[in-house]
Design a protein around this ligand. Structure first.
Ligand SMILES: [Zn+2]
Length: 180
């Protein structure tokens, strides 16, 4: 008997309503999913992220925690750093972040620091998600910046690549993908 992987019990209900979708969401989430595929190809937990502003991709990355032996190398963190370097500023005002999995507390905190406008994720992370599952970092009313969020684009593919990755390990994951 095996323990179900973290995405077998994904619930659709939310303490916070997901904001509206945007016509470009599927297209940019597809780029984030490409990054997740690259992660899988490197034996990293397959999560990808793309940061976009005014139709321009400012950063794109996938998890590299194992490659760099660094627990902070989540896709979102790497993409934020890329985008900030590219713009030469710390604030990514007006940017939308596409990530295949709900950001963890670390990444959600960094996204608030970066003052992004909106975050879109494909699937929730019931064990580490800091935006809707376990916390409301993006939208906490007492924070000095609130980030809009939306969930669902490419959910099936993003969930499947994670499940395939964990099953390929033939071990029960002791951690959630957010702890990549
Ligand atoms: Zn994270």
């Amino acid at each position: 008997m095996s323990t179900p992987d973290p995405f077998d019990n994904l619930e659709d209900s939310s303490p916070n309503p997901s904001g509206p979708g945007h016509p470009d969401d599927e297209r940019f989430m597809a780029l984030a999913f490409e990054e997740a595929q690259r992660a899988a190809g490197r034996d990293e937990v397959p999560i990808g992220c793309v940061i976009v502003r005014e139709g321009m991709v400012l950063g794109r990355a996938h998890n590299l925690t194992r490659t760099h032996t660094d627990p902070t190398c989540h896709a979102e963190m790497l993409a934020i750093s890329q985008a900030a370097r590219r713009l030469g500023v710390m604030r990514l005002v007006g940017a939308t972040v596409y990530t295949t999995v709900e950001p963890c507390f670390m990444c959600a905190g960094a996204l608030v620091h970066a003052r992004v406008k909106r975050v879109v994720w494909a699937v929730r992370d019931p064990k580490f998600g800091g935006c809707a599952s376990l916390g409301t970092v993006l939208s906490h009313p007492q924070a000095n910046h609130q980030v809009e969020w939306h969930e669902g684009p490419m959910a099936d593919a993003s969930r499947e690549i994670l499940q395939t990755f964990f099953r390929s390990k033939r071990v029960v994951p002791r951690v959630s993908p957010g702890d990549a």
